[in-house]
Ligand binder design. Structure first.
Ligand code: LLP
Length: 438
């Protein structure tokens, strides 16, 4: 029908056009959503999110039965999301006491939480033990010593994994690459042996496994296979040296999400097939009992379910240069274009079936020249009041939002079967001063 149609594939699977030519998600007209809840508005498609949880569980589980899907909650967590994950049987990776406190407030079982972080405070470790967090992923020697002492005092023996950097370049943005030796995360493999021996000699921790996370937004499967190889090879060395039995291998997250039409991401099944068959083959080759496999998808789990809606205000034509369509959000709710040069697509939600007639640059409203959401995108004639919908906004937008320019963080709604419910209200001006003293 129009040039914009390929972009619709990036939106949640429930996305349709209604008779008015408006974009609908989960059976709800997005233009009506913008009117009812205001913009900027983040819309999450519950069906899409639940289906993605099931897809991860099924695609990995049917190939490697002992797989646990541990959602990386840094991608986006609030009470409603935690409730859905709990219902879908997905576990949680939390990287701070803040994250696991949200899960706890939602009644998420703390036993199903993995606690990560390269600089966990003693207070966070205490809370993790006190609240019965299932596993702690130890990042460094100092943490191991603090945890061992704390656990001794509290007379508990937490299960731990060791985070290792398996020396793999995941070919992603340099800010998103974490598997290389020059990384602030984890023990380099060269110190891995010492870490295992220290953990085994620490009476108050129970070493059950190894963890790595090689990076984020990884569009190839090969780096994951290299990670599996290096980690299992290391596990065999540790078995021979210290009789260490690998019960759990956590290979982290990093599975890609499609943001733009011309850069498709491999389907979950492709990652699952490659990783699980390599696990089985390598364990056989190394004569290792196949451990439980853990994966930690974040972006790929929630990314496609989330759509950002903005209202166009000022339109500025700089003759011979470009046309800016300024929206009522920007880097305050989505910092990703500014810091990673992240690319997005968009449609005019109230004009989806109209033909593209102009190139526009979608600019935010913040006092920062770098506050550009999308540079030079083909859209229909854009006028003030149009609703811009940006797909693939479910991950790392809301959690990285700021109050820059004393802006109000957006509202979030969950849609399903033509119903919309607020899962986070928009901030108010009162909120902005609620923690201040004079
Ligand atoms: N596990 C660990 C230990 C991690 O550090 C991360 C992400 C994940 C899992 C999930 O990775 P994912 O599946 O979402 O790629 N703010 C950046 C992303 C930072 C990712 C940090 N760690 C962005 O907006 O792209």
């Amino acid at each position: 029908m129009t040039k914009q149609i390929p972009r619709l594939a990036l939106f949640p699977a429930t996305t349709e056009l209604n008779q008015k030519g408006h974009l609908t998600i989960g059976g709800f007209d997005t233009v009506a959503l913008a009117t009812e809840f205001g913009t900027p508005l983040y819309v999450f498609d519950e069906t899409g999110l639940r289906n993605k949880c099931r897809e991860f569980k099924q695609e990995f589980g049917k190939r490697y039965a002992r797989t646990t899907v541990v959602y990386a909650s840094k991608a986006f967590l609030n009470k409603a999301i935690a409730g859905i994950l709990k219902e879908e049987g997905i576990w949680l990776d939390a990287v701070s006491a803040g994250e696991f406190s949200i899960a706890r407030a939602a009644g998420f079982p703390m036993q199903q939480v993995y606690f990560h972080g390269n600089n966990k405070s003693a207070e966070e470790l205490y809370l993790a033990i006190e609240w019965g967090i299932g596993h702690i992923v130890v990042d460094n020697f100092q943490e191991m010593a603090v945890l061992n002492e704390l656990a001794g005092k509290l007379r508990v023996r937490p299960s731990i994994l060791l985070r290792l950097t398996p020396n793999i370049d995941a070919h992603t943005h340099r800010f998103l690459s974490t598997g290389v030796t020059d990384s602030k995360f984890g023990f380099p493999l060269s110190y891995g042996g010492e870490a295992v021996s220290k953990a085994l000699a620490s009476p108050n921790v129970n070493l059950v496994g190894l963890h790595c996370h090689i990076g984020s937004s990884i569009f190839e499967v090969q780096p994951f296979l290299d990670a599996v190889d290096n980690m299992l090879k290391f596990a065999v060395e540790m078995k021979q040296k210290y009789s260490f039995e690998l019960q759990q291998l956590d290979i982290g997250g990093g599975f890609a999400l499609q943001y733009v039409v011309d850069n498709p991401a491999p389907p979950v099944a492709a990652y699952a097939e490659a990783i699980t068959s390599r696990m089985a083959a390598k364990c056989k080759e190394l004569k290792l009992n196949p451990p439980e496999l853990l994966i930690e998808p974040g972006r790929s789990m929630v990314g496609q379910s989330g759509v950002a809606l903005y209202t166009v205000g000022a339109i500025k034509e700089v003759p011979g240069v470009r046309t800016f369509a300024c929206v009522d959000g920007g880097m305050g709710d989505n910092i990703r274009p500014a810091i990673y040069d992240a690319k997005y697509e968009a449609v005019a939600a109230n004009k989806v079936s109209e033909n593209d007639t102009q190139k526009v640059t979608i600019a935010g409203k913040y006092c920062e020249s770098g506050d550009i959401l999308i540079r030079d995108i083909d859209l229909p004639e854009i006028t003030a009041g149009d609703i811009i919908a940006i797909p693939s906004c479910g991950a790392y937008c809301i959690p990285m939002a700021s109050n820059y320019n004393a802006s109000l963080k957006p509202a979030i709604v969950m849609v399903k079967d033509g119903q919309a419910r607020l899962i986070r209200r928009r901030e108010t001006y009162k909120d902005l001063v609620s923690t201040d003293f004079v």
